[in-house]
Design a protein. Structure first.
Length: 654
């Protein structure tokens, strides 16, 4: 095993020793072999690192890491000087196109499947301008650069709720570009700053750390600041390059990094182009849903399985200020672990809009564990879409998002336990086959059937497709959760016509049977034959021992619900620390529950699968949000914290 050193004082003619380090990370990457470590020393590196090789196993990795105690920044941007004043606070710079090579972000439109264009404004591009690290907004013309309009609020495209702009002054920082044969001219309004004395950077490279070819396995990236990449829109039906990612491989570890300012997606553990690339947009002959379905089979044909793809670890990263996703993935995310990350300010700038956004946005998250992350100030905290099977969302803190958790057109089994969901829209369930255990929900729950899209389910712990089904609704389990309020008007404003309103509590299930036996009885009572009699019958919902307060109400068929009066639960931040502040009525202390496990949960009906760990053993659900292990035979409070009690309380949760 060899250590290869890189330093800003080095030369690519060196030998990679501490005494004669390389100047570029790519030079070390060209030489690194399984078992080697590339150690990068303090400084700023402006390059797209493209590893030449991967490791051979978990024990024979290639590791890229910042030197101990040293701050290493890798950027996809370049610093631009030589700006000329073009009137008032507007400046102009002409950049030779040779700076960009084959990829000019100012010529590349932000486009693809499920991007939403209103037709009123010009298309956005992948370029960007940064003033001392703060990104600008793209204007539609040179004239608009001279007269930007400050925005203090924006309408959330999904919820129709008016949302505040986090930094109104930032909306006055605008740019516009024209791409010529030999040069790209950029106009930018710096609002009084001198771009020739301040740090001004522009997007140049698509990615910062991303292989050019798939199947470079077992690579670790640790301890860097990674920033400012012109990443494209990443829907599940396209190539999904991020600022950093494995590009369709197995066994990467991305840990202890600060990652920010990806135009679209920061970390990608997703799909590659051969299984489809924006064909719904390019061809216009079939809906994106159909191409996404085909991508599943195409992936199977090129080796989409546990032996070749997924099993990544993404942990202890700080991810923020990205336009679309903090972490994205379709198919390539299987069997991965996402833990202890801090993700915030994702898709909040609202420079563009589409239906594939989220702090974490995954399709086909088979056996993925999302645990102990803090996710806040995102347009949508986590969106699990299609094939959420064997997935576990556990011990996370969601707060100050427009919406916290959305699980769409999946059949389970999936487990959501010991989370705080503190935003006005806590949970959206357009799925079936879930289990919700010991969560705190401070906002609404929206339960919705989906009868126009049949989506796949799989053999347990496998990528092999077992069947397809519509989302009839129900087949969910609710045990030991705490609901505190929830206002649909605050969460959603004016809902789109034809959509069901969200609710405070689980009353959205009131039309569902309360047991599998009752479900079978309703089926038997239908006059139709064969499959027709199943179409309009909701599946059973298994609910017991939940606590409802401050107006939240239980499902009509729930066993032993506890309904209380006035209560409050709020997430409060103090610097890097996060606290749950509660005021719960006296009756709360009598509503405890002993720990449960996978054997206590009814199987998911369509997938015919149990709630299990990745190794096939019954799921263990005995650790609260703070890491406290619950003892069998003892009773613990409803909600995510074992020590939660009646009265006023203040507990640290991050």
């Amino acid at each position: 095993m060899t250590s290869l050193h890189v330093a800003t004082t080095g030369s690519d003619d060196g030998d990679g020793s501490p005494e004669r380090p390389f100047r570029s990370i790519n030079r070390a990457a060209a030489l690194a072999r399984p078992g080697d470590t590339v150690i990068v020393h303090a400084g700023e590196y402006r390059e797209w690192v493209t590893p030449r090789r991967g490791g051979l196993s978990d024990n024979r990795r290639i590791t890229y890491q910042a030197a101990d105690g040293e701050h290493v920044v890798i950027k996809g941007s370049e610093r631009i000087t030589g700006w000329e004043n073009d009137g008032g606070t507007v400046w102009r710079a002409s950049v030779p196109n040779t700076l960009f090579g084959d990829f000019n972000p100012y010529a590349e439109e932000l486009a693809g499947d499920w991007v939403v264009h209103d037709g009123k404004e010009p298309r956005k591009h992948l370029g960007d301008v940064y003033l001392n690290g703060l990104s600008f907004y793209e204007a539609g013309s040179r004239a608009e650069v001279s007269a930007p309009e400050k925005r203090t609020e924006v309408i959330d495209n999904w919820t129709s709720v008016t949302d505040r702009v986090r930094n109104p002054e930032q909306t006055l920082l605008v740019w516009y570009a024209e791409v010529g044969t030999e040069t790209t001219t950029i106009w930018a309004n710096f609002q009084g700053a001198d771009p020739n004395t301040e740090l001004v950077e522009i997007n140049v490279r698509r990615s910062v750390f991303y292989p050019l070819v798939p199947h470079l396995d077992y690579i670790t990236v640790r301890g860097f600041e990674l920033a400012q990449a012109a990443t494209p829109w990443t829907p599940p039906t396209a190539d999904q390059p991020g600022l950093i990612g494995p590009n369709w491989a197995k066994g990467w570890i991305i840990e202890d990094n600060v990652i920010h300012d990806a135009k679209c997606s920061a970390i990608s553990i997703g799909k590659e182009a051969s299984t489809g690339h924006n064909w719904a947009t390019e061809r216009g002959d079939k809906p994106g849903y159909q191409y996404q379905l085909e991508a599943v089979f195409s992936a199977r044909q090129i080796g989409w399985d546990r032996e070749h793809i997924g099993s990544h670890v993404i942990r202890r990263n700080h991810i923020y200020d990205c336009g679309q996703n903090g972490i994205v993935g379709h198919l390539g995310c299987v069997f991965s672990t996402i833990e202890d990350n801090h993700i915030h300010h994702i898709a909040i700038k609202r420079e563009f809009y589409g239906y594939e956004i989220g702090g974490i946005k995954l399709h086909a998250a088979i056996d993925v564990e999302i645990r102990h992350n803090r996710i806040h100030d995102c347009s949508l905290g986590t969106w699990l879409d299609w094939q959420t099977q064997g997935t576990r969302v556990s011990r996370n803190v969601y707060h100050d998002n427009n919406r916290d958790l959305f699980i769409e057109v999946s059949h389970g089994p999936y487990l959501v336990d010991h989370n705080i969901l503190a935003s006005p829209a806590s949970l959206e369930l357009w799925s079936q086959g879930g289990a919700f255990v010991n969560n705190l929900l401070c906002g609404t729950v929206w339960v919705e059937p989906v009868m126009d899209r049949a989506t796949p389910y799989h053999r347990p712990h496998s990528t092999q497709v077992a069947g397809y089904a519509f989302i009839v609704g129900g087949d969910d389990r609710w045990i030991g959760n705490l609901f505190v309020g929830g206002d649909p008007d605050t969460a959603y404003g004016a809902l789109p016509e034809g959509m069901s309103p969200a609710c405070a509590g689980t009353v959205g299930y009131d039309a569902c049977p309360a047991s599998f036996e009752e479900y079978l009885q309703r089926i038997d009572e239908q006059p139709q034959g064969d499959h027709q009699k199943f179409l309009n019958i909701k599946q059973a919902v298994y609910a017991r021992s939940n606590v409802y307060a401050a107006g939240a109400r239980p499902f009509a068929g729930e066993r032993d619900p506890v309904t209380l009066g006035g209560a409050s639960a709020t997430v409060v931040t103090e610097g890097d620390e996060v606290y749950l502040v509660t005021d719960l009525p006296d009756g709360f202390d009598g509503a405890g529950l002993a720990p449960i496990g996978g054997r206590d949960l009814q199987r998911a009906r369509f997938a015919d699968a149990e709630f299990e760990e990745r190794d096939g053993t019954p799921a263990v659900i005995d650790t609260d949000l703070t890491g406290l292990r619950k003892e069998q035979g003892r009773t613990y409070a409803a909600g995510p914290l074992a020590g939660l009690t009646a009265g006023s309380g203040r507990l640290r949760v991050w």
